[in-house]
Design a binder for this molecule. Structure first.
Ligand code: HEC
Length: 151
């Protein structure tokens, strides 16, 4: 009887462990994709601000709207335990995130707040893109400075 029980228990315990490892990998991939999408839309705005891409009001509004939409997603939830730069090779998430979860979340909320109103603010001409870009970029940097490992 004892060996059977032991096997059953081991099997039950092994399942969630495997599921967790898969969850961790998915969470890291998802947040990389999330950040990449932020970067793509910031790149659009930066191109227009610098004059490398012709100013296009609809395109600028769309890029800003995409950033607004992304910041509605609960991205801090993708930073699950055991996925710091110390735990995984492809993670640049500093362990400080898990030491200061409230501050990390506050810095994400700050980006959400910086993004609010930006689809309207980029309308009206190329000159309006730069200030929006600076405001958004400041919120990215504020978090990266404390919580993203430098390459
Ligand atoms: C609340 C904190 C926070 C905010 C705000 C934030 N980031 Fe990040 N970002 C991170 C962390 C942490 C990482 C490292 C994630 C990892 O490697 O798992 C990262 C990674 C990235 C990456 C690299 C993704 C990859 O594939 O390795 C890009 C690009 C990026 N961020 C762009 C941005 C842009 C653009 C903004 C602003 C519009 C922004 N981030 C705002 C925390 C933040």
């Amino acid at each position: 009887m004892i060996p059977v029980k032991a096997i059953t228990l081991a099997a039950v315990l092994a399942l969630p462990a495997l599921a967790l490892a898969q969850d961790a990998k998915e969470a890291v991939e998802a947040r990389h994709g999330f950040m990449t999408m932020l970067g793509i839309n910031m790149g659009q705005l930066a191109g227009m601000a610098k004059g490398e891409i012709a100013y296009d009001e609809a395109a600028a509004t769309l890029a800003a709207s995409n950033i607004v939409a992304l910041t509605q997603y609960d991205a801090p939830a993708l930073f699950v335990e055991g996925t710091s730069s110390k735990d995984m090779r492809d993670s640049e998430a500093l362990p400080a995130i898990w030491e200061n979860p409230d501050d990390f979340r506050a810095k994400f909320v700050a980006l959400r707040e910086a993004a609010a109103g930006s689809p309207e603010a980029v309308k009206g001409g190329q000159g309006n893109v730069g200030p929006v870009l600076q405001k958004l970029g400041g919120a990215c940097k504020n978090c990266h400075d404390d919580y993203r490992k430098e390459d």
